[in-house]
Ligand binder design. Structure first.
Ligand code: FAD
Length: 383
């Protein structure tokens, strides 16, 4: 057996996915929490040239990120074909709630998701989910997961659906690790993903100072200088939390701050946040690792370079609908069009949460829509 080490942080979804993959393939590994162990964090950065997790070492090979293709080459592809009553794509608030409702209707339920918890995992503090005065996204999603795992009829897999088609009466899903899943009905609950900055060098610096997951990578920037790009709730939340970890936070806002008053109040109280209103990121500098960004004042067009160690992009989200490829109508935002009962134009195909055309994108509404989609799938199967 090769020597396998996984460098991870507590809240990183891809770390959990990598560990679940290794466990599914019966691979023994050592797990090192680089969020709490600064010496090991330094070692990981030296080994990988990365300020991002997970990093996996297999003997002398260093694998950056959850690279399912490379892991399959090393440990073999999981094969198999199952027919399930309901396939739920995504295990955020919508998918996890849908799973519990399906299970309670005794439906054979398969959930395939890249992580368990979805975007909510990225929230440092949730103050508007009923029953909790304040809870971190990770803790809330842990509760959701515990409830799903206590149900008998749910099979939960950490994987990514890369294609979905209809063949006769069944849906056929192919996953990133090479599995084929056959389903009588499907609930799309795959949410959205972060929007890119759109500047030269973005791909090169991703994980090398540029991050789209502050709850995953934030602890690696202790006492360093970082920038947060964006002016909405997510950006402000990240700036507030990073101001408690990093020495200095630069907040780059394209126009003005458009966040909830409660976040604005906390942000105004932080002394180590410098704000650049009406600025955009026009360049990234570095030599292997990110060492600075250039920001442009959109009014005067003047450019300023800020030396720093990390940048967190919090500039919006794109629905995860690329793999649907004509299977179901999308709106001009590429969201799945649903009616008030979470049904799509394709019989047997339902959708819930942030991936849909519903305007409100919140945990409580995603969970509610997940419940509706599950009950509609049940009605469809028993009709
Ligand atoms: C930083 C931040 C803070 C937030 N704070 C709050 C808050 O305080 N209160 C609140 O109510 N809302 C908050 N939100 C919004 C809230 O998190 C979302 O509205 C909610 O998570 C949407 O749930 P969802 O299940 O529809 O989608 P998501 O949470 O996006 O979950 C989608 C799931 O699908 C998986 N997936 C995606 N593509 C695939 C694929 N091809 N195959 C398999 N799986 C896939 C993803 O990995 C994920 O697990 C916040 C969001 C962010 C980013």
């Amino acid at each position: 057996m090769p020597r396998v080490t996984v460098y991870y942080t507590q809240n990183c979804p891809y770390c959990r996915m990598a560990k679940a993959y290794l466990e599914r393939h019966g691979v023994d590994y050592m797990a090192i929490d680089v969020g709490s162990d600064r010496e090991q964090a330094k070692k990981m950065v030296e080994l990988s040239g990365q300020y991002g997790v997970p990093v996996i070492t297999v003997d002398d090979e260093v694998i950056i990120g959850f690279d399912a293709q490379r892991l399959n080459e090393l440990f073999g592809t999981a094969k198999g074909e199952d027919v399930t009553d309901v396939l739920i794509i995504g295990a955020g608030p919508a998918g996890l709630t849908a799973a519990v409702y399906c299970s309670r209707k005794m439906l054979k339920t398969t959930v395939v998701s890249e992580n368990i918890g979805g975007q909510a995992l990225e929230s440092w503090a949730i103050e508007n989910y009923m029953g909790y005065r304040m809870v971190s996204g990770a803790d809330l999603m842990q509760k959701f997961e515990e409830q799903v795992r206590s149900e008998q009829n749910i099979h939960l897999e950490l994987d990514r659906v890369r294609s979905l088609q209809r063949e006769g009466d069944l849906f056929v899903a192919e996953t990133a690790t090479g599995r084929t899943i056959l389903a009588k009905t499907v609930i799309l609950a795959q949410g959205k993903r972060p929007r890119k900055l759109g500047v030269e060098g973005e791909e090169r610096y991703l994980g090398r100072g540029l991050s789209v997951c502050s709850t995953c990578d934030g602890p690696l920037f202790r006492d360093k200088v970082v920038a947060v790009v964006g002016g909405g709730n997510s950006a402000l939340q990240t700036a507030i939390e990073m101001s408690k970890i990093a020495r200095q936070v630069h907040l780059i806002v394209r126009s003005t701050i458009k966040a909830d008053p409660s976040y604005v109040k906390q942000y105004e109280e932080r002394k180590n946040i410098t704000t650049y209103l009406h600025h955009t990121v026009s360049g990234l500098q570095g030599n292997g690792m990110l060492t600075g960004i250039t920001v442009r004042d959109e009014k005067s067009k003047k450019e300023t370079t800020i030396p720093l160690d990390g940048v967190f992009a919090e500039i919006g989200w794109i629905p995860n609908t690329d793999f649907l490829d004509g299977l179901v109508p999308l709106n001009d935002q590429k969201e799945v069009i649903i009616d008030i009962n979470c049904t799509t134009a394709t019989p047997g195909l339902f959708a819930a949460g942030d991936v849909t055309s519903i305007r409100t994108k919140q945990i409580i509404t995603a969970a509610g829509e997940g419940a509706k989609a599950a009950l509609e799938a049940y009605a469809y199967l028993t009709r």
